[in-house]
Design a protein around this ligand. Structure first.
Ligand SMILES: [Zn+2]
Length: 392
């Protein structure tokens, strides 16, 4: 049997505040079924009615939103040398944020992270419902949050389980490009777009895939875009394969090439490479033509397969997009099939807090997941929500 109540709750949690009419349309539910479901939710204290006067005047429209203002969620984005985090209420309003140094490599990393999160959790005024963590790596489905991250040198570590036990609060993990995609899908540019791609440039090259408004996660994860092949028998990649896109288009590869060609001094930063390229068309072509063309062709392949409406380009490397753009656009022009050419490319300004906000959304979404029981953690979150609402 279809669990309409849970479905309605999930839709309010992820898209609300929302009207009953919109809910009925979005979920394809009949009037009586919807009324019954919202009645149960309002009675349980999870959902409340909000009066909103339309800006055009006229009758106030009643909208439904989550009721639990006392419940809070922490979301963090882990980077190799720091952690950025936000604390939100159930309406996803950011209450406060933080930025702390963190050494992701080495044996002490999980312990350091635990202490850091403990300190933040103490700042929560009210009930902490859960913590979402976005990180550059692959997270296996399941409560243990088993994580592999080449960048952090983490191999099969049960990060979720360790953090949940130490912090005594559910901790859910997700790939960081996916958390950014979730943010865009719920609150950002992708809110009204069914099919879009988020592509990140920088040390690695990442991809978040939203299809029919839902993050696509494959059966074994998805979006290993940095590891599509770009060069036959090319350089060895961190992943153990040869000639991956990252080996020519990741920031470290671009930097090494610029140094090897003598275009910038040794020990330069990627920013120095950009400055040199911006002032000189020849240097720009020498450094950026090859990686940007390979990147453009790889994106064209994606577009031909998935037919998205929008491509969001983000990540720290997107600050150099002006240098990539002409080559990428030429490659797309040459390789995207005619019927798929109706898409836009936008630069999504780099902001770690946005990624952290997506990590809070995985906690909200997990607790309202369609199956209702993805594992022990979402169940724990649900219980916490109900406690919050009883006390509220
Ligand atoms: Zn690779």
């Amino acid at each position: 049997m279809r669990d309409s109540t849970n479905e309605v709750l999930r839709a309010i949690a992820t898209n609300g505040p929302i009207s009953r009419a919109q809910l009925a349309r979005d979920l394809g539910l009949s009037g009586p079924t919807l009324t019954q479901a919202t009645k149960i939710l309002i009675k349980s204290g999870l959902v409340k009615e909000l009066q909103q006067t339309p800006s055009t005047g006229g009758r106030p429209a009643t909208q439904l939103g989550l009721a639990a203002a006392a419940g809070q969620i922490i979301g963090v984005k882990l980077a190799p040398d720091h952690v950025t985090g936000v604390c939100v209420n159930l309406d996803s309003e950011i209450l406060w944020s933080f930025d702390e140094p963190f050494e992701a490599q080495g044996n002490a990393a999980i312990k350091e992270l635990t202490l850091l999160l403990k300190k933040q959790a103490k700042k929560v005024n009210g009930q902490l419902i859960g913590i979402g963590v976005g990180l550059p790596g692959v997270v296996a489905p399941g409560d243990e949050g088993i994580t592999d991250s080449v960048i952090f040198d983490w191999k099969g570590i049960n990060v979720g389980e360790q953090l949940s036990l130490a912090l005594e609060v559910p901790v859910l993990l997700e790939n960081d490009v996916n958390t950014l995609s979730i943010t865009e899908s719920l609150y950002g540019r992708g809110r009204d777009i069914s099919n879009f791609l988020t592509i990140t440039l920088g040390r690695g090259i990442g991809l978040g895939i939203v299809i029919n408004g839902e993050l696509y996660n494959g059966s074994h994860g998805a979006g290993e875009f940095g590891h599509v092949n770009a060069v036959k028998n090319g350089e060895m990649c961190e992943c153990g394969k040869k000639g991956c896109l990252e080996t020519i288009a990741g920031d470290p590869a671009i930097l090494s090439k610029a140094i090897a060609l003598g275009l910038v001094p040794k020990n330069s930063s990627i920013e120095k490479v950009r400055v040199a390229a911006r002032g000189n068309k020849q240097i720009s072509a020498k450094i950026f033509k090859e990686p940007a063309e390979a990147f453009g062709i790889a994106i064209a392949n994606l577009i031909n397969i998935l037919g998205p409406e929008l491509l969001l380009i983000s990540g720290e490397g997107s600050e150099g997009w002006d240098l990539w753009k002409p080559w990428v656009e030429a490659a797309l022009q040459s390789h995207v099939v005619e019927t798929m050419k109706d898409f836009e490319i936008e630069i999504d300004p780099w902001d770690d807090r946005k990624w952290a906000l997506g990590a809070t959304a995985i906690v909200i979404q997990a607790s309202f997941s369609r199956s209702g029981a993805v594992g022990k953690n979402p169940q724990d979150i649900k219980k916490r929500l109900q406690v919050v609402n009883r006390n509220h």
